[in-house]
Design a protein around this ligand. Structure first.
Ligand code: NDP
Ligand code: GDR
Length: 373
């Protein structure tokens, strides 16, 4: 029998990699996408299958995590063996500006999914994965963070995700559902949203190197994170639903770097050596040396990065470092891609895009580059 999976958030970074992964495994994959005024399926267009073709194994449904009847209807129609609840307002800084919406989607949205499964009497058939997060640790109580480390959320996003974490545990304990939390540390890729820090850096520096943007404006570049590759992390999401019993796992690389280091690596990927000077809000990064041809718009002495307090958060998570021992020992999972390799892949793809834009601009075609961050 072909297994059926339902992915909320299929148009996002993780949803797109997971959909690819499950299609390769032979699954019939259903995804929930939101109605938008512009196309929003860029990340999955390469796996799109014509709905008129017989044997189509990727099917999209319009829906929203704020809409109970819609979610219930989709789950009833699809009868999924596995549900991956990845949909969320996933930007921590934005959650301070839209706390109520974030709570509705990232907190109550999870309850709506679990209740729909229970209401439909599918709690024995359908396995449930919840996209939990290292942001739950917030103001860290122990380093490195593992499954038993106490939570201390520091944003409306993290507080909403805390509700989702516990409601998932509760449905497992109360109704015997196979429901589990992946407590995932930051994971990135060339498909990462443009306003998360890694992608903002790789895309911004590539654009600056090609003369498409003047300067990057950043927040707290001393923040420390444990960054993995999304491709490695979605494999683990699937593995978690294939066990005899549901359980919760930390997924991380076990290595930590600063945002500043990530900026340095990204610049090096463009052949540019940066020098950081000043302190606090006065700090700038200046070009100290250039090797090769990847940054034709830059010269030694150019300022490519400034600090802008606009990007400081009302409450910051300064440091996160995960301990993935349980995932390694119980599931045999290890990340295959290092943080530096991931950074190099992101820089290479963003440089290609910037070179295309620069070429078109030189040829007289105006290609506006969005620098909203
Ligand atoms: P993205 O922001 O890339 O994707 C989020 C997805 O959720 C998009 O498909 C988005 O749709 C969809 N979505 C947002 N709001 C709604 C809504 N109201 N109803 C239905 N769908 C909605 O996130 P990632 O792929 O990076 O992350 C996936 C999940 O994992 C999220 O829940 C995130 O919070 C969590 N997580 C992520 C980590 C990371 O480092 N990436 C780490 C730990 C947890 P649209 O495309 O239309 O915007
Ligand atoms: P995070 O990711 O908040 O950890 O949440 P993000 O990449 O946004 O920030 C990481 C760190 O970088 C600092 N920072 C900046 N961040 C952004 N976005 N823009 C900036 O200009 C900037 N300058 C410095 C931040 O202050 C922070 O310390 C991500 C999301 O994917 C969540 O959904 C997920 O749950 C967690 O990772 C794990």
């Amino acid at each position: 029998m072909t297994k059926k999976a339902l992915i909320t958030g299929i148009t996002g970074q993780d949803g797109s990699y997971l959909a690819e992964f499950l299609l390769e495994k032979g699954y019939e994959v259903h995804g929930i996408k939101r109605r938008a005024s512009l196309f929003n399926t860029q990340r999955i267009d390469h796996i799109y299958q014509d709905p008129h073709d017989k044997g189509q194994r990727l099917k999209l449904h319009y829906g929203d995590l704020t809409d109970t009847s819609n979610l219930t209807r989709i789950i009833k129609e699809v009868e999924p063996d596995e549900v991956y609840n990845l949909a969320a307002q996933s930007h921590v800084a934005v959650s301070f500006e839209a706390p109520e919406y974030t709570a509705d989607v990232d907190g109550i949205g999870t309850l709506r999914m679990l209740e729909a499964i229970r209401f439909l009497g599918m709690e024995e058939k359908t396995r449930f994965y919840q996209a939990s997060t290292s942001e739950l640790y917030g103001l860290v109580q122990e380093t490195p963070q593992k499954e038993t480390t106490p939570f201390y959320p520091r944003s409306p996003y993290a507080v909403a995700k805390l509700y989702s974490y516990w409601i998932t545990v509760n449905y497992r304990e109360a109704y015997g559902m196979y429901a589990c939390n992946g407590i995932l540390f930051n994971h990135e890729s060339p498909r990462r949203g443009e306003t998360f820090v890694t992608r903002k850096i790789t895309r911004g520096l590539a654009n600056i190197a090609q003369g498409l943007e003047p300067c990057l404006h950043m927040g707290n570049i001393d923040a420390l994170r444990d960054w993995g590759h999304a491709r490695d992390y979605v494999r683990m999401q699937w593995m978690m639903l294939q066990q005899d019993a549901a359980d919760d796992f930390v997924i991380a690389t076990g290595r930590q770097y600063s945002v500043r280091e990530f900026i340095r690596w990204s610049a090096e990927g463009l052949g540019v050596t940066l020098e950081f000077s000043g302190a606090g809000v006065d700090e700038v990064a200046t070009v100290a040396a250039i090797n090769g041809e990847k940054a034709p718009a830059l010269k030694v002495g150019d300022v490519v990065l400034r600090i802008d307090p606009r990007y400081f958060r009302p409450a910051e998570v300064e440091t996160l470092l995960g301990d993935p021992t349980k995932a390694r020992e119980k599931l045999g999972w290890e990340p295959e891609i290092t943080t530096r390799e991931m950074c190099a892949e992101m820089v290479a793809e963003d440089l290609q895009a910037a070179q295309r834009h620069a070429f078109l601009a030189k040829s007289g075609y105006e290609m506006p580059v969005s620098i909203e961050s």
